[in-house]
Design a protein around this ligand. Structure first.
Ligand code: AMP
Ligand code: ZN
Length: 136
């Protein structure tokens, strides 16, 4: 399924060019045009799913398998020192392209702090309430 106004559908279909690292029947892995670090790439399914909520479970398993494979290859070839996998769902979570994708971000000792969030300080009671809310 393809969504006409979706940039990643167009990239997946080859209508818009991309710097492709890997391609198979289900996925394309491309370099991000605005990379956080050298080699920052995106795993994009060829079919349109807006986010992880919509992605079928078997595809989700395929994504993590491919992420591991790409991460190992990129670490070897780029000689990076670590790796972040990031996957944003919803505008509030930082998603800007509403076609599922997973970021593959090689990390280098000198690349600076590219990901930072402040922490909150919940009490023991609040932590327990959260457990109850999620699990009951
Ligand atoms: P997100 O904020 O998680 O939705 O990430 C969207 C990512 O897509 C951003 O890192 C953009 O730089 C990247 N991006 C947008 N357009 C293109 C494009 N045409 N080719 C490659 N990457 C793109
Ligand atoms: Zn799409």
């Amino acid at each position: 399924m393809k969504q006409d106004d979706c940039i990643f559908c167009k990239i997946a279909g080859g209508e818009i060019p991309s710097h492709t690292l890997y391609e198979d029947g289900k996925f394309k892995v491309i370099l991000d045009v605005a990379p956080a670090t050298r080699g920052h790439a995106l795993i994009i399914p060829k079919r349109h799913y807006a986010n992880l909520y919509e992605l079928p479970e078997d595809m989700a398993a395929d994504v993590i398998r491919l992420a591991k494979k790409m991460m190992e290859k990129m670490t070897d070839k780029l000689n990076c020192d670590g790796f972040n996998l990031i996957q944003n769902n919803g505008e509030i979570a930082g998603q800007t392209v509403f076609h599922f994708h997973m970021h593959l971000i090689p990390r280098y000792h000198n690349d600076g702090e590219i990901l930072k969030y402040t922490t909150i300080s919940p009490s023991q009671e609040e932590l327990e309430e959260t457990v109850v809310q999620i699990t009951k």
